[in-house]
Design a binder for this molecule. Structure first.
Ligand SMILES: [Zn+2]
Length: 143
């Protein structure tokens, strides 16, 4: 799946220089089309990919990385924002949260690379990273 995505991306880019644009709107159309194709392939990959098991959980608060933990060691981490994260046998969950909707808690445990739990009220995100350093959601390689 990873190599398939990379092929699609390079094909899309190689098409652009050959495109003869007659006006700004046509060019914009092509750009939008390419973006839509990329989004569609990304969405398909997100839904259908048999994603590898995750290696570690990264915790972001207000967009800042505040922690990265291996998934194979059980631990409970409480954050000041009112969220408690629980890591257990290859999976991670938001065990407790003080947010009104409790959507993050209801997500339960996630274990696959690329999966994430988002708590919008607390600006809190848990992302699972895997061995394949490729993010199907953004289409960018991870370091
Ligand atoms: Zn929440």
């Amino acid at each position: 799946m990873t190599s398939l995505n990379r092929d699609k991306r390079s094909d899309g880019k190689s098409l652009l220089p050959h495109y003869k644009h007659s006006g700004p709107f046509s060019r914009l159309d092509i750009v939008l089309l390419v973006l839509l194709l990329l989004a569609a392939s990304g969405a398909a990959a997100y839904v259908y990919a048999d994603r590898p098991a995750g290696e570690r959980a990264e915790i972001y608060i207000e967009g800042e990385l505040v922690g990265s933990y291996p998934l194979d060691e059980e631990r409970t981490i409480a954050y000041d924002c009112g969220i408690t994260v629980h890591i257990l046998s290859g999976a991670v969950a938001v065990a407790e949260s003080d947010c009104p909707d409790q959507l993050c808690v209801h997500m339960g445990y996630i274990s696959k690379a690329g999966e994430r739990i988002i708590c919008a009220p607390n600006k809190f995100v848990v992302v699972i990273r895997g061995k394949t350093e490729y993010d199907a959601v953004t289409g960018r390689s991870q370091t």
